[in-house]
Design a protein around this ligand. Structure first.
Ligand code: AMP
Ligand code: MG
Length: 403
């Protein structure tokens, strides 16, 4: 049986080698947050376009600022002012943050390090050449590539595009991910379930997880535990870029998802992973599309999505697979688990200053959504550990949506 790292790498390898170029669309920078860029963005000119002062103070010739030296202030330069004249020997110019440093000046002395009487400015110490000036062209030269295809657009990337006037960006379209729940006991969330039925919460959590991962959920509803119904709905799902099923992958007599997928021509790369919850997770390719059969217990569905489906969505978006958000935290209370499988336990991490401390939450197993709703992470207990003492450092998988 594969470890979760091996299974995840398998997904990345198989989806990575088959993905074609993503469809693209031109999107305004105002709407492009979280999308993956599909073009190069180049600077329209040098950055900064002029020698820029980073302080409010005085533009000077540094060698004229020995301690106690005085220079006559002959004018001021505000941010945005056109600067044509150069600084004459024996003088200084008052200058503001973001303003252009005049020719002749080689330093800006911050106002806090000066005193002034009328036109005369007195300096406390010798300025270093270049201090408080960002030289023209030092951040980027003209026509320099500053954003490349495959980059995910966060707020800084969007600001960079805006800075160079790239108001419209060609981005990969969000991959469309079909979501199909299965089970004779499952009813719509706006229906009143019979005494032995349950509402379809998995389609809701999966749709949210698809969105967070950068995909566009296409919710197909629920398939009964019958090969024909599964087949029909799987066929519909295979029209999208990827298909995620929940339920029907365990050992029960009515767990028919794998057989239904096989009948449609699926090739499987794993159908079990050494984890709890989530052991029966299935991954394959069917008619050229990645398909995931996630176990139906809600917490299993959530964990296996994060481990195996999220990286596939990254790749289908034209980006690299992002690393799992794993961090180390100090275990607050000792833990005992059976060894053999990597465990993902609902837990809460709290930061005491910069030290992360984590505590497992009480839970009743992989159906316990309420426990997960109190959790902001999963404690990751390696397969070879049984007892972990309080105070030990342990890996924690963050819930990206709440931390
Ligand atoms: P299965 O993986 O089909 O054996 O289902 C395991 C457990 O998850 C059962 O208790 C199911 O009732 C429950 N379950 C299956 N599908 C869903 C769903 N869509 N929403 C909520 N719970 C589900
Ligand atoms: Mg089922």
């Amino acid at each position: 049986m594969l470890s979760y790292e091996q299974a995840r790498n398998k997904v990345i390898e198989e989806v990575g080698k088959r993905r074609g170029p993503s469809a693209t669309a031109v999107v305004s920078v105002w709407e492009a947050l979280g999308l993956v860029l599909a073009q190069q963005v180049k600077t329209d000119r040098e950055y900064p376009p002029f020698d820029r002062s980073t302080r409010d103070g005085y533009a000077v010739r540094s060698k004229e600022t020995a301690p106690g030296a005085q220079l006559k202030c002959v004018g001021e330069i505000k941010a945005g002012d056109t600067v044509r004249e150069s600084l004459h020997a024996g003088t200084c110019l008052q200058i503001m943050t973001g303003a252009a440093v005049p020719a002749g000046a080689d330093a800006v002395v911050m106002i806090e390090q000066t005193s002034r009487e009328g036109y005369l400015v007195r300096f406390e110490r010798t300025a270093q050449p270049g201090q408080n000036i960002v030289p023209r062209g030092s951040e980027a030269f003209a026509a320099q590539t500053i954003l490349t295809p495959g980059m995910r657009l966060g707020y800084a990337e969007l600001a960079l595009a805006a800075q160079v006037g790239a108001a419209q960006l060609e981005c990969a379209r969000r991959p469309r991910v079909a979501i199909l729940s299965t089970g004779d006991e499952v009813v719509l969330i706006d229906e009143t379930p019979g005494p032995f039925q349950i509402r379809n919460s998995n389609s809701v959590s999966l749709a949210a997880q698809v969105r967070i991962a950068g995909g566009e959920p296409v919710v197909l509803g629920n398939a009964a535990d019958r090969i024909e119904d599964l087949g029909e709905k799987i066929e519909r799902g295979l029209k999208e870029n990827a298909l995620v099923l929940s339920g029907g992958v365990s050992m029960g007599k009515y767990d028919l998802v794998e057989s239904a997928l096989k009948a449609m021509g699926a090739e499987f790369f794993f159908d079990a992973v050494a984890i709890r919850p989530g052991k029966p997770a299935v991954f394959g390719m069917c008619q050229g599309k990645p398909v995931f059969g996630l176990p139906g217990n809600p917490v299993s569905t959530m964990v296996t999505f994060e481990l195996f489906v999220a990286p596939a969505i990254d790749l289908l978006s034209g980006a690299a697979a992002r690393a799992l958000p794993l961090v180390e935290a100090r275990l607050a209370e000792a833990l005992k688990e059976k060894s053999g499988l990597t465990h993902f336990l609902p837990a809460r991490v709290e930061w005491r200053g910069t030290v992360a401390e984590v505590k497992a939450l009480k839970w009743l197993g992989s159906g316990d959504i309420a426990a997960l709703a109190k959790a902001n992470c999963f404690l990751v207990i390696p397969a070879d550990r049984e007892k972990i003492e309080a105070g030990e450092n342990i890996s924690v998988l963050l819930r990206k949506d709440v931390v």
